[in-house]
Design a protein around this ligand. Structure first.
Ligand code: NAP
Length: 547
C-alpha cells in the first residue's frame, strides 16, 4: 500500500452534532475511525451558519446530547434558544471533553467514495489527494448543509458584498450605513431580518412566499430555571424517546372541528403567548391532517399579523396563503412582524413584483432598480439528499448514487440504500430526520449503526446491504403516511420542491420518532430483517427476513 493510502474501520464525514457523536460511539466500541471535515473547526451546521441572529428553534434542553448525564449536568445554557455561537462552544466542549478532535482531519472534503466489491471496502478519496480504505462509510454531513444558490440572471455581476446564510464568512461583516437586501423568508431569513433591522441604513426584504412566524419568547436562563429542568431531566429524555417529534410535548388527539370558538380561542391565545415550535400543532390532533382544522390556526395567526403590522397594505403582503400551516416549517421570531413598521425596512412581494435580473448596482424588479450595498441569500438548501449526492458515490457494479436517486432518494429505514453496502446514512431520506428533534434522531441513528457494526464484527460479517424489496416497501410506506396529511400541499424543502430540477418526492418519514425508533429496534432484534449480511472470505450470506 502506498504512503497516500490508509485503512480504517469507518470513515465519518462531518464534525457537527452527528459526526461528533459517531466518532465517540464508534471509537468507544473499538472501531478505528477517521473523520473528515470540510471546515477548519468543530460545529457542522452551526460552524457554517454564523449569520446575524442565527439560533436554534428548539429549546436547549431538547436540542443537546442526552448520552452523557455528566455532560448534561455540567453544561449551563445561557438562553432558552441558544445562538449559533453558543452551540459552537457547546460542541467544542463536547469535542474536548471526550477527546474527539484527534480523529478529525479538518479542511478536507470527501470527493469520491467507491465500493470495492471484492474486498467489501469503501475507497474514499479526499481533497488532500489521499485515499482511505474503510469497511464502513458514515456520511454525517447534515440534512441542511448544501446551500441553494439563487437562480437569477446576472447574479455574478453584482458589485457589492454577497453572502449565503449557510456559508457565513468567519471574518467580521459590517452592516452600519449599508443598504442591504435579504432574499428569502424561511427560518434563516426571518432571523437575519430581525437582527439587521435598525442596524443598517436600509433593509429590503425580497419575499417570495409569506411564512407563519410564531413568537419565540426567547429569554435568558437563571440557575433556578436550570435546576428545575435538571430535576426531571432523565424523565424528560425518556419521554422524548417515545414521542412523535422527539420532544416531551403532549399532543392533543381532539379535533379542532369539534371545539367551541371560545375553547379554541383560549388554546390558540395560550399557544401564541407561551410559544414554542410545536405550540399550535399541540392544540388539536387534526391540524396537520384536515384542511378545515388547519385553517383555524392559519386564520388565527393571520389575525395576529394584521394586529401587529400597522400599514394594512404591508400586512396584506405578509399574510401566509397557499399552503397549510405547519407544512413548511413554521419560523420563530419575537420581532419579525413589527420590523415592518419601521421606515428603514421595505418589503418587496416577489409574487407581485418579480426579480428580473441582478445588475452591478443591485436588483431589478418589475418596478425598477433597487440599489444595494449587500445581498444576503437566505434561499435555503438542497436538503436531505444534497450533501450525499455532492460526493461522487459509486456502489455495486460502479453504479452512481446520483443515478440510483435520479427519481428521488430511496433508503430502507433511512439507514442504508440498496446497492451501496456498508454506507450508513444519518437522519437522511426515509428517516424522520428534520421532522423530529434532530439531536435525539442523531443519537438514535448512531446508536443503531454502532450496534449493527458491532453485531457484524461479532458474527464475522463484513458486508450489509438493504434488500431492494424492503427498501421499496419502506419508501412506499413513507409516501402512504404523507398522503394522510396536508404536507404534500406545500412546495417545501421536505419535498425537494425548492430546488429546480430536483425530483419532487417527500423524503422524511412522518410516522413519528417513537414509532420509528421501535421499528429500527425490532428490525435489529429480528437479526437485521430486510438486510443481507455476508462474509467476503467464506462467501457465506444471510438474508434476514427474506420472503
Ligand atoms: P428555507 O426554509 O428553504 O427558506 C428559503 C427561503 O428562500 C424561502 O422563503 C424561499 O421561498 C426563498 N427562496 C428560495 N429561492 C428563492 C429565489 N430564487 N427567489 C426568492 N426567494 C427564494 O431555508 P432556510 O430559511 O435556510 O431554512 C431551512 C431550514 O433550516 C428550516 O426549515 C429549519 O429546519 C432549519 N433552520 C433552523 C433554524 C433554527 O433552528 N432556528 C434556523 C435556520 C434554519 P419559497 O418559500 O417561495 O420557496
Amino acid at each position: 500500500m502506498d504512503r497516500n493510502t490508509s485503512t480504517v474501520d469507518a470513515v465519518i464525514v462531518g464534525a457537527g452534532f452527528a459526526g461528533l457523536y459517531a466518532i465517540k460511539k464508534l471509537r468507544d466500541a473499538g472501531f478505528r475511525i477517521q473523520a473528515f471535515e470540510q471546515g477548519d473547526g468543530i460545529g457542522g451546521t452551526w460552524y457554517w451558519n454564523q449569520y446575524p441572529g442565527a439560533r436554534v428553534d428548539l429549546e436547549c434542553w431538547d436540542y443537546s446530547y442526552s448520552f452523557s448525564p455528566e455532560l448534561q449536568d455540567e453544561w449551563d445554557w445561557s438562553e432558552r434558544y441558544p445562538t449559533a455561537q453558543e452551540l459552537m462552544k457547546y460542541l467544542e466542549h463536547v469535542a474536548d471533553r471526550f477527546k474527539l478532535r484527534e480523529h478529525i482531519q479538518f479542511n478536507t472534503r470527501v470527493d469520491t467514495a467507491e465500493f470495492d466489491e471484492t474486498r467489501n471496502l469503501w475507497r474514499i478519496r479526499t481533497s488532500d489527494g489521499k485515499t482511505t480504505l474503510a469497511r464502513f462509510f458514515v456520511p454525517a454531513s447534515g440534512v441542511l448543509s448544501v446551500p441553494k444558490p439563487p437562480e437569477y440572471p446576472g447574479v455574478d455581476t453584482f458589485k457589492g458584498e454577497a453572502y449565503h446564510t449557510g456559508r457565513w464568512p468567519k471574518t467580521e461583516v459590517k452592516f452600519e450605513g449599508k443598504r442591504i437586501g435579504v432574499i428569502g423568508t424561511g427560518s434563516s431569513g426571518v432571523q437575519t431580518i430581525q437582527a439587521l433591522a435598525g442596524k443598517c441604513k436600509h433593509l429590503t426584504v425580497f419575499q417570495r412566499t409569506a411564512v407563519f412566524v410564531v413568537p419565540a419568547k426567547n429569554h435568558a436562563l437563571t440557575k433556578a430555571m436550570r435546576d428545575r429542568v435538571r430535576l426531571g431531566y432523565a424523565e424528560r429524555r425518556e419521554i422524548s424517546r417515545i414521542t412523535r417529534f422527539g420532544i416531551a410535548a403532549p399532543m392533543s388527539v381532539e379535533s379542532a372541528l369539534e371545539a367551541t370558538p371560545e375553547e379554541m380561542a383560549m388554546k390558540y391565545e395560550n399557544a401564541w403567548t407561551n410559544s414554542q415550535l410545536l405550540g399550535f400543532r399541540q392544540c388539536y390532533g387534526d391540524i396537520l391532517s384536515d384542511d378545515k382544522a388547519n385553517e383555524t390556526v392559519a386564520d388565527f395567526i393571520r389575525g395576529k399579523i394584521r394586529s401587529i403590522v400597522k400599514k394594512p397594505e404591508v400586512a396584506q403582503k405578509l399574510l401566509p396563503y397557499g399552503f397549510p400551516f405547519g407544512t413548511k416549517r413554521p419560523c420563530l421570531g419575537d420581532t419579525y412582524y413589527s420590523v415592518y413598521n419601521r421606515d428603514d425596512v421595505t418589503l418587496v412581494d416577489l409574487k407581485a413584483t418579480p426579480i428580473e435580473k441582478f445588475v452591478p448596482e443591485g436588483i431589478v424588479t418589475s418596478e425598477g432598480l433597487i440599489e444595494l450595498d449587500m445581498i444576503i441569500y437566505a434561499t435555503g438548501y438542497d436538503a436531505l439528499s444534497g450533501a450525499l449526492t455532492r460526493i461522487d458515490v459509486r456502489g455495486v457494479g460502479g453504479r452512481k448514487l446520483t443515478d440510483k436517486w435520479a427519481d428521488g432518494a430511496k433508503t430502507y429505514l433511512g439507514l442504508l440504500t440498496a446497492g451501496f453496502p456498508n454506507l450508513f446514512t444519518v437522519t437522511g431520506p426515509g428517516s424522520p430526520g428534520p421532522l423530529a428533534n434532530m439531536s435525539m434522531s442523531i443519537e438514535q441513528h448512531i446508536d443503531w449503526i454502532t450496534n449493527c457494526m458491532t453485531y457484524m464484527r461479532d458474527k464475522g460479517y463484513d458486508r450489509i446491504d438493504a434488500q431492494p424489496e424492503f427498501e421499496e416497501s419502506w419508501m412506499q410506506g413513507v409516501q402512504d403516511i404523507v398522503k394522510r396529511t396536508l404536507y404534500l400541499k406545500a412546495n417545501s424543502w421536505y419535498l425537494g420542491a425548492n430546488v429546480p430540477g430536483k425530483p419532487k418526492v417527500f423524503l422524511p418519514y412522518l410516522g413519528g420518532h417513537g414509532t420509528y425508533r421501535k421499528k429500527c429496534e425490532s428490525v435489529a432484534q429480528a437479526g437485521y430483517e430486510g438486510f443481507t449480511l455476508s462474509k467476503s472470505t467464506s462467501n457465506t450470506q444471510e438474508t434476514a427476513g427474506a420472503t
